[in-house]
Write a protein that binds this ligand. Structure first.
Ligand code: MGD
Ligand code: MGD
Ligand code: SF4
Ligand code: MO
Length: 828
């Protein structure tokens, strides 16, 4: 008998779990009596209580991580009293993580922004800034007039929007349409802060920029996909804390398959603790590890000859390249600190386990060489025949779907926007301050750049001088104090639609459970409202220029979604009705009502070929969606496309100048060129191979990494919940015992972490599971987070105070969030 889901399983969810699927739909109440009979050590007395029995349940979804859990939202007398996990979804299996109940704490929260606000006094950034409530029309008219004034001065490109994806699906498409009509190219997506490099590398190698495989059963084949993996190689991903529910699914499958789990992370995370093997390379050196594995796989003939002959372009060039460059396991051992014998063994195991799945996330994406590293990883999967097969693939997380959603074509022409700023929203700060390549004068954000962008001090300086800034969010966060206009958004339980996405291109529909807090609106409504304010205020175009492009009926998300379904390639089968009737999310591509959605991209199966054709008629008959129809390691076209940027189709090793060991690094040219993988944007070319001189380490001998503080926090937002701050309100800096000893630091001591850019405080956490030359500093903490005051927690400077925004991947735009030279100082 299946174990009933109790409150305790919320906490244990990442480690334990049930055994499989249970049929049925919401509500999924476990009869109290049956539970008692099945013999857990304590019945769930909440279930037994008439006072706590819901009078209504709503099918919602969690707005936090990419597990996209379905929430059974339990209501009594119109209030949310509890949330439970969906048991009829075999991947979710009833589980939720500790953050799920915090969804309700976003709604029931005295600190929520409730009305639009306009600045009336105080210096930008000053916590004493004054604001007054205004109506939505007043706020949106104010924004519209500022935007139009810039446009009328010929400065449309000086207006920008920056999102980190903290908004319902489709808001990005509306923002893009609005900016196109204005004539600005600068509406940036979450990608460059998050994991775009993986998508860029996948697109260059296989054709689509998405996570390749799927969780659960593939309805096209009736077989398990990732659950069938025999080998799980995870680099730079701490899924136990960042994707707990899908990770628990992989752990359940592993009990059956005995798949080996290898975790590569300079720190032993809760994910690594459950692995068969934990490898701890020096930060920012995974690139060398993978090149060493490629050398071994090719040199020892461990690659899949038949697959390579039929489906891979450029294998011979790769063989010559790794040999000529001397990327041997011994060389890789020198760079990474992982023994050569281990690299050889892992290479052999990965190549021969079949099928073997690779997972990567921010630990790889937030590296200077992210695009090239991901390309090397994609090559490893390609030559071992581990792509386009169930249980394999390049599961580069957060390269999910949808990115852009399709809208009907505009009836009017739009101005030529010209080239966009370099990708990576951190380029915004540079553009505001230096005017290079041109100046930004009005910015709107969804997300919080004061916490999430590299080089906080510089971002702060930029926002102090930025003439006009619109902050949209839930709380008075760090960035809000710089705003001219503040717009309140509603939280996940307050609106219906599609919000989060599961990594495997899967989405679900959520119903609204409770009314919006105050006058808050969802981001899609904000962009539609702004378009109509532009219509009211534009003197150059008739109102129809804006109004026809943003029909008011799109304020009903159901109608907006139906528009997306009708206009987005490969989404024809993803209707609201179909999603709403399911307890499992639905995967893209899914071209028609009868199509089950694609689990394994590039699978040699009619269902995939049908889906591929629906994306573009030119894909007819193609397995991989590259120009050649094969996995492309090297082609002369790709080579000539990349060379102007300083990169090559066959990746050349380099790393961050603040990594110890005198490695080859890079220099940036001041000139701007078109970015070959983000052709709408500019970028600086780089020169690879300059040796790092290591002088920084004389004063800053350690290497620092950043990442999520724990499973308890999601971005900055959970720091505004009671439970989040109670569980993890203190910033714990993980330090190896030997390193702590050398600095005279004991567990619980206050500590100052200093880099050449600045200093932040934290509390010492002595934990042997980390390299002695490296410390781990959680990001997501920020100085405006008032909820911690309840518990007497200190307020913290953002981690990104320590980072240098000069170091970024000039192809994907990703910032090197995961590396900074540093030193520790005991605070007395
Ligand atoms: N609880 C929680 N879950 C989340 C989020 C959250 O804020 N909180 N955010 C969501 C988002 S937006 C994202 S992008 C994902 C991120 O999910 P993850 O990538 O799992 O999260 P991080 O903690 O940023 O980084 C993962 C690991 O990379 C390691 N690392 C650092 N440098 C290196 C390196 O050079 N090489 C290797 N191999 N590893 C390195 C860190 O030690 C860390 O354990 O999580 C999502 N899920
Ligand atoms: N040092 C370091 N920096 C990092 C990372 C790292 O690992 N290390 N990770 C990077 C990654 S992967 C990411 S994705 C980013 C995350 O960066 P952000 O998403 O910018 O995260 P926060 O800065 O915490 O901003 C979250 C805020 O967005 C607002 N918000 C929430 N929901 C909505 C909504 O529906 N609409 C609107 N308009 N606003 C909403 C809330 O007010 C919330 O507090 O951080 C990046 N920065
Ligand atoms: S944070 Fe992620 S794992 Fe936790 S309940 Fe929400 S979607 Fe599920
Ligand atoms: Mo992210």
């Amino acid at each position: 008998m299946k174990e009933p889901v109790s409150r305790r399983s919320i906490l244990r969810g990442a480690v334990l779990g049930g055994t499989g699927a249970v049929a049925g739909t919401l509500p999924t109440l476990v009869p109290y009596a049956a539970q008692a009979a099945s013999g857990p050590s304590m019945p769930d007395f909440v279930e037994g209580s008439a006072a706590l029995r819901p009078d209504k349940t709503v099918a919602g979804a969690c707005q936090f991580c990419n597990c996209d859990c379905r929430l059974e939202i339990r209501m009594k007398a119109g209030r949310v009293i509890d949330v439970r996990g969906e048991r009829s979804d075999p991947v979710q299996d009833g589980n939720l993580c500790v953050k799920a109940p915090m969804m309700a704490q976003l709604t029931y929260n005295p600190l929520r922004l409730t009305t639009p606000l306009r600045r009336t006094g105080g210096a930008k950034g000053d916590p004493g800034s004054q604001f007054e409530p205004v109506t939505w029309d007043t706020a949106l008219d104010l924004i519209a007039r500022r935007f139009l004034a810039l446009r009328d001065q010929g400065e449309a490109r000086a207006i920008a929007n920056r999102t980190t994806g903290r908004m319902p699906r489709g808001a990005g498409a509306l923002a893009h349409r609005l900016f196109s009509l204005l004539g600005s190219p600068n509406d940036t997506d979450v990608g460059p802060v998050c994991n775009d490099a993986g998508g860029n590398a996948l697109a260059a190698t296989f054709g689509l920029g998405n996570f390749t495989n799927g969780y659960g059963v593939d309805p096209a084949t009736g077989k398990e996909d990732l659950g069938a993996a025999r080998y799980l190689l995870m680099l730079g991903t701490n899924q136990a804390e960042t994707h707990p529910v899908t990770f628990a699914y992989l752990l359940r499958a592993r009990q059956r398959t005995r798949a080996r789990l290898i975790v590569v992370d300079p720190r032993r995370t809760p994910t690594g603790a459950l692995a068969d093997e934990w490898l701890a390379p020096k930060p920012h050196t995974d690139f060398a590890l993978i090149l060493g594995m490629l050398h071994e796989v090719i040199g020892q003939g461990l690659y899949d000859r038949a697959f390579v002959d039929r489906w891979v372009l450029g294998f011979d060039e790769l063989r010559e390249h790794v040999a000529a460059k001397g990327y041997t396991p011994e060389w890789a051992a020198g760079v990474t600190g992982v023994p050569a014998a281990t690299i050889r063994r892992i290479a052999r195991e990965y190549a021969t386990a079949k099928p073997a799945a690779i997972f990567c996330n921010a630990g790889i994406s937030h590296q200077l060489g992210a695009f090239d590293t991901y390309r090397a990883i994609a090559m490893l999967a390609a030559i071992t025949g581990n792509v386009g097969v169930p249980g394999g693939g390049c599961n580069f997380m957060h390269n999910t779907w949808p990115g852009g959603l399709g809208l009907p074509p505009l009836k009017t022409g739009v101005p030529d926007p010209g080239p966009a700023l370099p990708v990576g929203p951190d380029a915004f700060a540079e553009a505001v301050i230096s005017g290079r390549p041109y100046r930004l004068k009005a910015v709107m954000t969804e997300g919080n750049p004061l916490i999430s962008s590299a080089n906080t001090a510089k971002v702060r300086r930029a926002f102090e001088t930025l003439p006009f800034y619109v902050y949209t969010g839930l709380f008075m966060e760090e960035a809000a104090y710089y705003a001219d206009v503040i717009l309140p958004v509603c939280a996940g339980l307050e609106f219906e639609g599609v919000y989060m996405r599961r990594d495997d291109r899967a989405i679900r529909w959520q119903d609204a459970a409770v009314p919006r807090v105050g006058q808050s609106r969802s981001d899609t409504e904000i962009f539609i409202g702004l378009a109509h304010a532009l219509a009211r205020n534009d003197r150059r175009h008739p109102p129809s220029y804006w109004a026809d492009a943003f029909p008011l009926e799109w304020n009903d998300y159901k109608k907006l979604w139906a528009t997306f379904v009708a206009n987005t390639p490969g989404a024809g089968g993803m209707t609201m009705e179909r999603m709403r009737a399911r307890t499992e999310p639905l995967r893209w591509p899914c071209p028609s009502a009868g199509h089950p959605g694609v689990s394994t991209l590039y699978l040699d199966h009619p269902s995939w070929y049908q889906a591929a054709r629906s994306l573009d008629p030119g894909n007819a008959g193609k397995r991989f969606l590259t120009p050649s129809g094969k996995a492309e390691i090297f082609t002369p076209e790709l080579e000539s496309r990349l060379v102007p940027s300083g990169h090559h189709a066959l990746p050349i090793f380099f790393t961050h100048p603040e990594v110890t060991g005198g490695n080859p690094t890079l220099t940036y040219d001041a000139a701007f060129i078109a970015n070959p993988v983000n052709p709408q944007a500019l970028t600086h070319p780089v020169r690879l191979g300059t040796p790092a001189d290591g002088t920084v380490h004389r004063q800053y001998p350690l290497m620092g990494m950043t990442g999520r503080p724990s499973v308890a926090h999601f971005a900055g937002v959970t720091h505004w919940t009671y439970t989040g701050e109670q569980l993890n309100g203190i910033r714990l800096v993980q330090i190896h015992p030997a390193t702590a000893d050398r600095h005279g630091l004991a567990n619980g001591d206050p500590v100052l972490v200093e880099s050449p850019r600045g200093a932040v405080t934290g509390t010492v956490l002595i934990e042997p599971g980390i390299r002695p030359d490296t410390i781990f500093l959680p990001n997501t903490f920020g100085p405006a987070q008032r909820v911690g005051d309840i518990f007497g927690d200190p307020r913290y400077e953002a981690a990104n105070t320590l980072l240098d925004d000069r170091f970024y991947d000039n192809l994907s735009g990703q910032q090197a969030y995961k590396c900074f030279a540093c030193r520790l100082r005991k605070v007395r």
